[in-house]
Design a protein around this ligand. Structure first.
Ligand code: ADP
Ligand code: MG
Length: 687
């Protein structure tokens, strides 16, 4: 047990001890000493024994105990990696990268060597890699090429309590695999006390609980609901900073990058206003798309006489542990995926957290000493309005990708698959219908050749369909670029408030030549390429170099994948061909102009609007209207906005999606009155 081990340490050779005591500890020694202070260390031998004795083990311990960073190292130290790698899955990309960096430091190796990580579009591993942190989605993809997981001796499904879609599917697949791979060790690791549920699902698997040491955390509620939780959060931080002694860092839970940036700006502004009367406040944002150099900053200790405030999404709820936090400010919200199976619409919506999540957040203040948690909602709301637990993602998401993946693993009856919590039947039916419309499955519900090829790509079915269609239209290279740019998301163009007109002009320049947002993205990338990937070019065109580099990486990966499945990489100059390929993937997302100059989705007659960031918003202002559009996604803010839009010809729909649009409905559409140019000119805006 642990006491024996520590006395062993003390019983070291006296001379050696003296030598060590005299020499200052190196960084590496400090790390090693830190490892031994973690709660799991006291149970090292017992945990290893339990893993040896049980093929499936549910491991439950408080956040920050050392589950993620230590258990893989213990297993490596006692030789498990001689038989195969150790996989440790994380629901979040940032966590996979950050934890891998930490563990390679602790092992004194370079990241990507013995310890590596694998996330979508970024593989940082090598032949030497024995401990592999990866997103749950990546391990799922590996099943396609290695259905028996032969490369691994141990699979750790970490953060299982998060119950992401991919984790849930992995649980099902691993349960199946464990039956015929007796040598494989499976560890389900979870921060909360629902270990029983995992154990039941794995036919009564053993549970190992590491007792946590939690200090007491005082909870404060607001007396009345907050009208503006963001402002309330900023005010709370300032209040804590002024009234509480240092050291003692603050962790604030917000819902996303935009809020975090606003809060950071406000805090900077308002602390400046207070001048030298207050101590320094170091502001550290952390969210999924923050560049990794800046991610490391949240772990740096604040200098004496200063305080650190970490502005985080729910990534800091359980995935990442930041030492030194004494105060938690909880807005009580997070961004959550929500899916309407009937309309097939998926969106990210700001949602109240569950009581379980609020308790986790609170716990972050009491890891090393007593702490305080400021909840920006009322006690009544906590007790009566919050759900007990977060609904597993599988019950609120589009299943298209997972259904396609399971089918290519030979699992045809998805409704019978042994899920821990079943997805709604409607969502599965919807996914099957979508795959049928995309021609990925046939009328008997079997995977087609096209479907099998689609599953090869780490993309949503609509994206992979567009990519495969581009082969037919001989514009593979262009569609790859467009998909890479779309995958990077909405962070390509920036628009500083004081130079908004210049920024808009730069963006609209890419639209010259027509073809809407998709073609504009393509031209943007091509021009950057022609500039020799110049930073100056990005600067002049209000384009974020970081996003462009990411797009370039994704592009390379997709090109590599195409080579592997022998898709010839060619570029086209015909913008219609490129748009047809896009339409072949995104024809579900089609909207047409109504007589009242609104756009309505074709299938559900939902009214939708052109997002102001679309290059088509300019056309619209100038009275140029397009009869049919396909869009990449819908964003819900004040209205339902279409984002990334391409105008199309209605007859293309028939060409690319016979399964979905019949001749009659297309006929009707084309008989709609043509809208003349410059009709319904929108009122002038001062943009
Ligand atoms: P668990 O998985 O049980 O929540 P972890 O293994 O993630 O715990 O964390 C153990 C300790 O390692 C924590 O005290 C945490 O602060 C530290 N740690 C983890 N990742 C990093 C990192 N990237 N930088 C610095 N410290 C880290
Ligand atoms: Mg962890």
């Amino acid at each position: 047990s642990s006491t024996e081990e520590s006395s062993e340490d003390e019983g070291q050779d006296e001379e050696q001890w003296l030598a060590q005591a005299r020499a200052p500890m190196t960084e590496f020694e400090k790390l090693q000493a830190g490892r031994k202070r973690l709660p799991v260390f006291r149970y090292r031998e017992e945990i290893l024994a339990a893993i040896k004795d049980h093929q499936v083990l549910v491991l439950s311990a408080e956040t920050g105990s050392g589950k993620t960073t230590q258990i893989p190292q213990y297993l490596h130290e006692v030789g498990y990696t001689q038989a195969g790698m150790i996989a440790c899955t994380q629901p979040r990309r940032v966590a996979a990268m950050s934890v891998a960096a930490r563990v390679s430091q602790e092992m004194g190796t370079k990241i990507g060597q013995e310890v590596g990580y694998s996330i979508r579009f970024e593989n940082c591993t090598s032949e030497k890699t024995v401990i592999k942190y990866m997103t749950d989605g990546m391990l799922l993809r590996e099943f396609l090429t290695e259905p028996d997981m032969a490369s691994y001796s141990v699979v750790i499904i970490d953060e299982a309590h998060e119950r992401t879609l991919h984790t849930d599917v992995l649980l099902g697949l691993c349960k199946d695999i464990a039956r015929f791979r007796e040598d494989l060790r499976l560890i389900i690791s979870s921060a909360t006390l629902n270990a029983e549920r995992f154990s039941n699902y794995f036919d009564g698997a053993a549970i190992f609980t590491v007792p946590g040491r939690i200090f007491s955390v005082d909870v404060y509620y607001t007396k009345a609901p907050e009208a503006d939780y963001l402002d309330a959060a900023v005010v709370s931080v300032l209040h804590i900073h002024i009234s509480q002694p240092v050291p003692g860092d603050i962790l604030v839970f917000l819902t996303g990058q935009e809020e975090i940036e606003t809060a950071a700006e406000e805090l900077t502004k308002r602390t400046k206003g207070l001048g030298s009367r207050i101590k320094e406040l170091i502001i550290c944002p952390i969210y999924a798309t923050l560049p990794s150099e800046q991610q490391a900053k949240i772990f740096e200790k604040a200098p004496p006489n200063a305080r650190k405030v970490v502005l985080a999404t729910n990534i800091a709820e359980t995935s990442l542990t930041i030492d030194g936090i004494c105060f938690v400010v909880d807005t009580g919200f997070c961004k959550q995926k929500s899916y309407n199976p009937r309309s097939g619409m998926e969106s990210l919506i700001v949602t109240p957290v569950s009581r379980a999540a609020a308790e986790q957040r609170k716990g972050r203040a009491g890891r090393t000493q007593n702490g305080k948690c400021f909840r920006l909602f009322t006690m009544w709301a906590f007790q009566n309005e919050l759900d007990e637990d977060t609904v597993p993602e599988i019950q609120r998401t589009n299943m298209g990708n997972v259904v396609l993946m399971l089918m290519s693993l030979g699992i045809n009856n998805i409704l019978q698959f042994d899920f821990m919590d079943k997805p709604p039947t409607e969502a599965i039916m919807q996914a099957l219908q979508q795959l049928y419309a995309l021609a990925a499955i046939n009328e008997r519900g079997e995977l087609t050749k096209l479907g099998r090829r689609m599953a090869e790509f780490p993309l949503e079915p609509m994206h992979s369909k567009a990519l495969l269609a581009s082969e037919k239209y001989k514009c593979v290279d262009d569609v790859i670029t467009i998909l890479a740019m779309l995958t990077v998301g909405n962070s390509i163009f920036y628009r500083p408030k004081d130079r908004a007109v210049h920024a808009d002009n730069a963006r609209f320049n890419f639209a010259r030549g027509g073809g809407g947002d998709h073609l504009a993205l393509l031209r943007c990338y091509q021009q950057w390429e022609e500039s020799n990937f110049s930073t100056q070019w990005c600067y002049e065109n209000f384009v974020q170099i970081r996003s462009m580099k990411k797009a370039r990486d994704i592009r390379e990966q997709l090109t590599g994948l195409c080579e592997r499945v022998e898709i010839e990489s060619v570029s086209s100059v015909d913008i219609d061909d490129i748009r047809k390929a896009i339409t072949a993937g995104f024809f579900f997302n089609c909207a047409s102009l109504t007589r009242s100059q609104d756009y309505q989705t074709l299938k559900h007659a939902h009214t939708v609007y052109i997002h102001p960031s679309s290059v088509l918003a300019k056309d619209q202002r100038e009275g140029v209207l397009h009869s049919h559009l396909v869009y990449h996604e819908l964003a819900f803010t004040s209205k339902e906005y279409m984002r990334s839009i391409t105008p199309i010809q209605p007859q293309w729909l028939l060409e690319v999606a016979q399964h979905y649009y019949d001749a009659a409905s297309i006929q009707d559409l084309s008989q709609k009155k043509k809208v003349p140019k410059a009709v319904g000119k929108a009122p002038e805006t001062n943009r």
